[in-house]
Design a protein around this ligand. Structure first.
Ligand code: OGA
Ligand code: MN
Length: 297
């Protein structure tokens, strides 16, 4: 019998007034079609979902992700699982269980990737969403923050909305690297597939919900097209500061085997620092391939 037939109901709880819901009482390695549809709708409506207590294998993680479509393979070779390329290891620990030294390129890269961002904003077609499994987590730092970019847009003054409506932003994967002094100085910038810069609208319309949102990703945003460089930076910084106010942000403190999934088309996220020289933080992510270029709102 499927869950639907026995009147099974998901246990749901809001995480923050403006963003997020937690769902208890299911096993993500074994869900029927009705439950999948309900999860999908809750994801679109709440932007992020927390599933506590999901001690699932990488294979089941991938299987769940594939119900939403294809999965990305990340351009950074040093963070991919050597066994399963679709698993992106968001971790300060290598596959042998050793902490990656501070000066290593792969740690320098990861550290920069934890500034506010949306996943794969450096792609022409950025990711639809990400599903992150906390395998070894910490509560001494290492919290993950998620911002509701619909609401951040909605609350802007009318004059600013007018001003930014038709703007486009240049995003570049190399910008992540340029943010690290150590990495930019170095000849060997790491094992990354070189990607060309791309242009995305500053205000995008979600293809499913049809709602407009701010599309920011400070770790790849280089400049605004046809704008004075400094003025552009100022505007982008203003919008980033606005969008990351506590009223738009849910801060997640991890427990081991939490799975959090988010919609990259209407949120951005960041990770708080932690003592990466002594604490082992291991997260596995699968990333949903986007189905279209962002649409200007
Ligand atoms: C990610 C990411 C979040 C985290 O997986 O996309 O930015 O908490 N990391 O490690
Ligand atoms: Mn991310």
């Amino acid at each position: 019998i499927g869950y639907g037939e026995i009147g099974y109901e998901l246990k749901k709880k809001k995480l923050h007034k403006n963003i997020g819901i937690s769902i208890q009482g299911i096993d993500l390695s074994n869900i029927d079609n009705d439950t999948f549809q309900e999860i999908k709708n809750l994801w679109l409506g709440n932007l992020i979902i927390l599933f506590p207590n999901q001690n699932i294998s990488d294979e089941d993680h991938i299987k769940f992700g594939k119900r939403f479509g294809n999965l990305e393979v990340h351009p950074s070779l040093s963070h991919r699982s050597s066994k399963i390329p679709e698993i992106y290891r968001v971790s300060n620990v290598d596959e042998n269980g050793n902490i990656i030294p501070n000066k290593e390129t792969s740690w320098q890269y990861l550290k920069q990737s934890w500034l506010w961002h949306t996943d794969s904003s450096f792609r022409k077609i950025p990711s639809n969403g990400s599903i992150l499994h906390g395998i070894s987590t910490t509560n001494e730092g290492g919290n993950t923050l998620f911002a509701n970019m619909y609401k951040a847009y909605e609350d802007l003054d009318k004059s600013i909305k007018e001003k930014i409506k038709k703007l486009e932003v240049i995003h570049d994967h190399d910008y992540i690297i340029s943010l690290s002094k150590e990495l930019s100085k170095r000849k060997n910038k790491g094992d990354y597939v070189k990607l060309d810069p791309v242009i995305h609208p500053l205000v995008r319309r979600h293809p499913s919900t049809k709602k407009p949102s701010l599309f920011l990703s400070p770790h790849t945003m280089v400049s605004i097209v046809d704008y004075d460089y400094n003025e552009g930076r100022e505007l982008l910084d203003y919008l980033t500061n606005h969008a990351t106010q506590a009223k738009y942000v849910y801060k997640h403190s991890w427990n081991n085997h939490d799975i959090v999934m988010w919609d990259n088309r209407c949120t951005m996220h960041s990770v708080e620092p932690f003592d990466n020289n002594s604490i082992k933080r291991i997260m596995h992510r699968v990333t949903l391939v986007g189905d279209q270029e962002p649409i200007m709102a």
